[in-house]
Design a protein around this ligand. Structure first.
Ligand SMILES: Nc1ncnc2c1ncn2[C@@H]1O[C@H](COP(=O)(O)OP(=O)(O)OP(=O)(O)O)[C@@H](O)[C@H]1O
Length: 266
């Protein structure tokens, strides 16, 4: 039976800045089940990254609380792997060393760590680039290293913030397919922040639209299409259109809306 992996309870977040208080999120409630693939979309500045950083434990809520597997989040932990838009690899370390670095904090024995690195590189299709340095990699390869590194401590949850946004379409689609395979094979819970609605619909069990400023979960949409999903099909497009309409409406009104997107006839 599935259980809540991530619970966000009435979370608000604001920042004190020189120009005043910036309200990022207001009263966010959501629950993500173990093994679910959930995407978070919404207009620029609605608080998507803030929400992901709060779940990651990189920041604390101003009010409310976040639980991971029933435990309150008080900081980052090995149960949550992070992949950011910028791959942020160490340029002086090889691909294998970059991935291995994520294990060193774990006191993993050398032989076990080496085997784990090999497995991870195989998972992301980079076995033959193990000895390459980051500046010898394509953008897509660098992202793969970032994913391997995030998976190194075998986290239950993978949190990804716009990981593919700066890639060409073909590389992006190939990495989307790889992420889907990893999710299916490894049984992780995945939370993906993306600006690309088609990416969210292609990959996710559920799409959350953050609306308003400060943001809250305005729309929570189950994507009821068999995988693999083809963006050209009649069942796919209505989801994309419905989510885009919601985001556009929100950008126009700049107000949170609780209007659901109807899923019976997407
Ligand atoms: N460290 C910070 N200090 C001050 N304000 C911040 C900080 N981080 C985020 N904010 C503000 O919080 C709000 C939400 O920002 P956030 O980056 O979470 O939005 P987003 O939805 O991820 O945006 P985008 O889609 O453009 O990346 C914005 O108004 C932003 O200016």
């Amino acid at each position: 039976m599935s259980r809540a992996s991530i619970t966000v309870e009435n979370v608000s977040k604001h920042y004190e800045t020189d120009s005043g208080v910036q309200h990022a999120l207001s009263g966010v409630d959501l629950s993500i089940e173990d093994g679910e693939f959930v995407s978070i979309v919404g207009p620029s500045g609605c608080g998507k990254t803030t929400l992901l950083r709060l779940i990651a434990g990189l920041e604390s809520p101003t009010s409310g609380r976040i639980l991971v597997n029933g435990e309150m989040v008080t900081g980052p932990g090995p149960d949550r792997g992070l992949v950011f838009q910028a791959a942020t690899l160490y340029p002086w370390r090889t691909v294998a060393e970059n991935v291995r670095f994520a294990l060193e904090v774990d006191d993993t024995s050398s032989a076990a760590a080496d085997r784990r690195v090999q497995t991870l590189l195989q998972m992301v299709g980079l076995t033959d680039r193990a000895a390459a340095y980051p500046d010898e990699l394509s953008g897509g390869m660098a992202k793969r290293v970032g994913i391997a590194r995030a998976l190194a401590p075998d986290p239950e949850i993978l949190l990804l913030d716009e990981p593919f946004s700066d890639l060409d379409v073909a590389t992006r689609e190939s990495l989307q397919a790889d992420l889907l395979s990893l999710w299916r094979d490894l049984g992780k819970t995945v939370v993906l922040v993306t600006h690309t609605v088609g990416e969210a619909v292609r990959l996710s069990d559920r799409v959350l639209v953050i609306q308003g400023q400060p943001g809250q979960v305005g729309t929570d949409l189950d994507v009821d299409i068999d995988r693999p999903r083809d963006p050209q099909t009649d069942s796919f497009k209505p989801y994309v259109n419905a989510i885009r309409r919601t985001i556009r409406a929100d950008a126009r009104t700049d107000q949170p809306t609780t209007q659901p997107v109807h899923t019976d006839h997407p």
